[in-house]
Write a protein that binds this ligand. Structure first.
Ligand SMILES: C[S@@+](CC[C@H](N)C(=O)[O-])C[C@H]1O[C@@H](n2cnc3c(N)ncnc32)[C@H](O)[C@@H]1O
Length: 311
């Protein structure tokens, strides 16, 4: 049940509800990102329109937006990430992608809000409770493509591999999305996930996003105890090289800060930071940096080369 708005504001200030963290588990973060999409959708110059985001986010989502560090509070990195991934999905579909698997789909509504071929197969996977809630909230909405949902914990290797085997045998050019998910996993879990993906060459693309260690530290400090039940973990110091070592080629790399400037969502400080050169994406050092990266299975990636890092 929704808390009254005054209570939501009190939770915003403290990051807690009844002594417990407002983010009570990792799935609650889906509300948090949906609330940024709701806010963006209301802008006259919106980069996308998500008519379901407000209802999915609820007042809890609104309260969580206040937990972010101040310079991230408008949600600009998440808004930019959403737009970039919308565009990558459209390009992949136009290039013959026949199936999209969204791991940790949360309250993403692309199967409803994007114009997609009815023949496209879209599979959403997430924890059972968040899928139950989403299905109930979207029961009257109609997706534009063929949509299936799978309840699973990504940490469950057998369940994860059963899903990947299933989609890889029925499709040829699959795009796997893990938007806003890897940060909650550790290196070991991500390596295991990657090994499961790379075992199937029809799982052609993997769309990942991640931050530099410096940004992760800022986010951990800024969110504090509010995220103690959904700890932020993953930020590879070697950036895209982390994935290249696992058998992937980089086909597109989008710096979130640079794209935020291009899309007119970057705060002043971020725009000023653009005066500095971009860091080496394989050696992030102390850079403030985050990226959305489209990886391609090395066995399929003729177009991908180490030099081809920008779209
Ligand atoms: C920040 S939300 C992002 C949701 C969605 N991808 C989006 O961008 O709107 C993180 C999502 O990852 C899911 N998630 C995290 N760890 C998971 C796991 N081990 N198994 C399944 N889902 C997981 C959460 O339930 C949540 O929906």
């Amino acid at each position: 049940m929704e808390p009254p708005l005054e209570e939501a504001f009190s939770q915003m200030r403290t990051g807690r509800r009844g002594g417990l963290p407002l983010v009570s588990n990792v799935s609650d973060t889906a509300r948090w990102v949906a609330s940024y999409r709701a806010a963006e959708s209301e802008r006259p110059d919106a980069l996308f329109h998500d008519p379901y985001a407000g209802q999915l986010a609820g007042n809890d989502g609104l309260a969580m937006t206040a937990l972010a560090p101040r310079h991230l509070r408008s949600g600009w990195p998440l808004v930019v990430r959403t737009k970039l991934i919308d565009d990558i999905v459209a390009t992949a579909v136009s290039q013959g992608c026949d199936c999209i698997v969204n791991l940790g789909a949360g309250f993403d509504t692309r199967p409803y809000r994007l114009r997609l071929p009815p023949s496209l197969s879209w599979v959403e996977a997430d924890m059972p409770a968040i899928i139950d809630e989403k299905e109930a909230l979207l029961r009257d909405a109609t997706p534009s493509c063929s949509l299936e949902r799978v309840r699973l914990d990504l940490a469950n290797q057998a369940a994860r591999e059963a899903l990947l085997k299933d989609v890889s045998t029925s499709n040829n050019d699959v795009l796997v999305i893990s938007e806003g998910v890897l940060v909650y996993l550790d290196d070991h879990a991500i390596t295991a996930l990657s090994d499961g993906l790379i075992a199937h060459s029809s799982l052609r693309w993997w769309l990942v996003d991640f931050f530099s260690p410096r940004v992760l530290a800022l986010m951990q400090k800024g969110t504090g105890q509010a995220f103690e039940r959904a700890p932020l973990k993953f930020a590879p110091p070697n950036g895209v090289a982390f994935f290249e070592k696992l058998g992937w080629s980089v086909t597109q790399l989008h710096s979130v800060m640079r794209e935020a400037t291009r899309l007119r969502r970057a705060p002043l400080l971020v725009r000023l930071a653009q005066l500095r050169p971009e860091p080496d994406p394989r050696q992030l050092g102390t850079a403030h940096w985050g990226a959305v990266v489209l990886l391609e299975h090395a066995a399929r990636g003729a177009a991908a080369t180490r030099g081809m890092l920008t779209p």
